[in-house]
Each structure stands twice: as C-alpha cells, then as structure tokens.
Write a protein that binds this ligand. Structure first.
Ligand SMILES: CC(C)(COP(=O)(O)OP(=O)(O)OC[C@H]1O[C@@H](n2cnc3c(N)ncnc32)[C@H](O)[C@@H]1OP(=O)(O)O)[C@@H](O)C(=O)NCCC(=O)NCCS
Length: 342
C-alpha cells in the first residue's frame, strides 16, 4: 500500500495558495529542519527523532510537510491501519511562531483529501490527543476511549536498588507465610507472552474484550483494532507483552524497549500501556516491566504509563511512596478520537 502523493499534490494548488503554503513529502534531508521546529514538543518526550527514518520507509505511511517561503513550518504523518479502513494521524506539529493561525487545520484537511484520493475505501480518521478537548472538538470527533497519563522520572540505578529492596521484602513475606500456613495461596507472577501467545490471545479468543478499553490496543500513542494486519505490524515492534493470566486475563500491558528522547543527554523513555482495572495486578506488571529494563539501563528514565483513569491516583501514590520516584506532572489524559471520512 504505497501512497503516491504526486498526483494529488498537483491537484490541490488552490488550497496551497490560499494558505500561502506548499506541501511536500518529507525526506531524510528535512530531518534537521523538522527537529529545529520541534524543540519544545511533548515536554521533551518527542518520539519523532527515533521514528523518523522508519516512518519514511513505511509503505503504509506518508509524512507531509507544510512550507512557507520554502521554510518547513509544519508536519503531519498519516498511516493506513486496520486493513486500510482507518487513517491514523500522528506527529502533528506547527513551528512555534506559526501556531494559532490555522496551519494545523489546513494541513489536516490537505492530508485527509490526499488519503481519500488514494484510498477511497478509508472510513475513519483517528488520532490520539493529550490536550484538553473542548466542545468544538467534540463537534468534529467522537471519543473512542481515554486513559490517564502517569509520568514519572528516575535514575535507573535508584529504581534498580529500590526494586531489589522490594523483592527482598516479598521473599521474606512469602517464606514466613509458607512456614506459618501451608494452605496460603501464592499468586502467580505476570506472564510475558511470546508472539504465538499474543496472536492466540488477541486474535483467536474473546478474552481481551473485557480488558482492552473499547476494544482498542493503544501502543505508544497508536490506537489499533485487534485485527490480523494490525497484530502483524505490532509484532514486528520491540514490545514486551504481558498478562496476569493467559486463560482469564484481567490486566494486560505493553511496554516499549527504552528509547532516547530529546529531554536531555542520557535520558531514555519507557512507554507502558496498561489495560484493566485491578490495581494490584497493575502494580505487579509495572514492577515486572521496570525490573526487566532497569537491569540493562543506565542514566535517567522518563517512564510514562497510560492506565484506567481511576487507577491514576493510587498508582501515582505508589510510585512516589513505595518506589520513591518523582512525579513529573499531575493527572492528564490521553484521548483517542475518531471522525468519519466523508
Ligand atoms: C497542536 C498544534 C499542532 C496546533 O497547531 P495550530 O496551527 O496552532 O492549530 P490551530 O490552533 O490554528 O487550530 C487549527 C486546527 O487544528 C486543530 N488542532 C488543534 N490541536 C490539535 C491536535 N492536538 N490534534 C489535532 N488537531 C488539532 C484544531 O481543532 C483546528 O481544527 P479546525 O481548523 O478544523 O478547527 C500546535 O499548537 C503544535 O505544534 N503544538 C505542539 C505539538 C503538539 O502538541 N502536537 C499535538 C499532538 S497531539
């Protein structure tokens, strides 16, 4: 599904001149210009530097730039997902000096027209937002689901030692409970799924229906439907998939491998998407993900967890009081919204 923009780009001179903008397909050479206008984005957690090259190589995706007097002033990427029924909008950004002038709107409409002309079967446009949506937004979009955003930061080695303290505590607890009561039930640890198990659980059973928010897998800001093509895409990524119980899951989570973010030198980003409402199970899976990655990580980590809004407060308290990590910001929300493409 390669998107060929050339025809449509030539077909829309009206839109371009109206907005005094030119649209081009992004190339490797544009990287520095894009980074220059992305300085303050997402509080230093911009994923684009890590993904840019792979985005350009992805045949289901297009990255469009808006230019004014030849200068790059905005970017948007569109990826075709869910068997070509959905256009996923990502990476939207406008240069600081050009914000508030309607540039994002013009770029969004341009990309939408472009996709419609290439993919007449496209039905919906979906995007994930973390800003506060107002009534005007809800005239345009319907809400698919929302998750609370819990952002914490720490030094990898501090959390590593905190985790070993917690583990020692657990060992002592379990050995004393085994010796005091032979009937006490021991909880099973979370299960890390291999590709076959992921495929089986998400595609061949209904077991995830009660776990996934509105049947959506949101992985590092990307909202997908659990359909075969999507799962194939997701399984190509470096992700740890976890559940509490394969035969009857109540909590499931996806964790990225840490990647560098522009917030500072030696800063890594860990993204954990958590589904389900059981606080204890969420805590367990969170610890497992941390354990796995802090083992090899050095430097500083920004860890962002997306979870059921009702679990935000108790998890924030747990992070601060038990793990001694620093809360970076108060409660915010990740909203997955959708509009029909007409
Ligand atoms: C968010 C941002 C792209 C808006 O750009 P802008 O040109 O100033 O946008 P405007 O305020 O002029 O709004 C224009 C349109 O963009 C839409 N828009 C605003 N924020 C948006 C967002 N986060 N996602 C999608 N659309 C958005 C508005 O609804 C409006 O649509 P309309 O023309 O159909 O009414 C810009 O402020 C920016 O680059 N911020 C930093 C990066 C960022 O937060 N990106 C959002 C990723 S979720």
């Amino acid at each position: 599904m390669k998107i060929d923009t050339s025809l449509t780009l030539r077909q829309l001179p009206e839109t371009m001149s109206q907005a005094d903008l030119q649209f081009t397909v992004a190339t490797e050479e544009d990287f520095d210009d894009i980074m220059a206008m992305s300085q303050d984005i997402y509080g230093g957690l911009d994923y684009l530097p890590t993904r840019y090259t792979s985005w350009l190589q992805d045949t289901n995706r297009i990255v469009i730039l808006a230019r004014k007097e030849d200068k790059v002033i905005a970017l948007e990427s569109v990826c075709m997902i869910d068997d070509g029924e959905t256009m996923l909008v990502e990476g939207l950004r406008v240069a600081p000096q050009e914000r508030g002038k309607g540039v994002a709107g013009v770029l969004l409409r341009f990309c939408s027209e472009l996709v419609k002309s290439k993919y007449p079967e496209v039905k919906v446009c979906r995007l994930t937002r973390d800003d506060r949506l107002g009534p005007k937004d809800f005239e345009k979009y319907r809400l698919i689901t929302k998750q609370g955003i819990l952002l914490v930061r720490f030094k990898a080695e501090d959390v590593k030692s905190q985790l070993s303290v917690l583990n020692k505590g657990k060992e002592i607890q379990s050995s004393s409970s085994t010796s005091s009561s032979s009937s006490s039930s021991s909880k099973c640890p979370p299960v890390r799924l291999d590709h076959t198990a992921v495929h089986q659980l998400y595609l061949t059973t209904d077991l995830m229906q009660g776990v996934l928010p509105n049947l959506t897998i949101i992985q590092d800001w990307q909202p997908f439907k659990p359909v075969p093509t999507t799962m194939a895409t997701l399984l190509k990524k470096d992700i740890d998939w976890m559940v509490d119980d394969v035969s009857k899951p109540a909590v499931a989570s996806l964790c990225t491998f840490p990647y560098r973010v522009p917030v500072g030198k030696d800063w890594y980003y860990l993204n954990i998407d958590m589904y389900g409402k059981d606080l204890d199970l969420v805590k367990e899976q969170f610890l497992c993900h941390l354990e796995r990655h802090t083992d090899t990580l050095e430097g500083h980590v920004m860890c962002q967890m997306f979870l059921d809004p009702l679990l935000w407060k108790p998890m924030a308290e747990y992070c601060q009081n038990t793990l001694s990590v620093e809360l970076v910001k108060e409660y915010t929300e990740q909203c997955v919204v959708e509009s029909d493409v007409i």
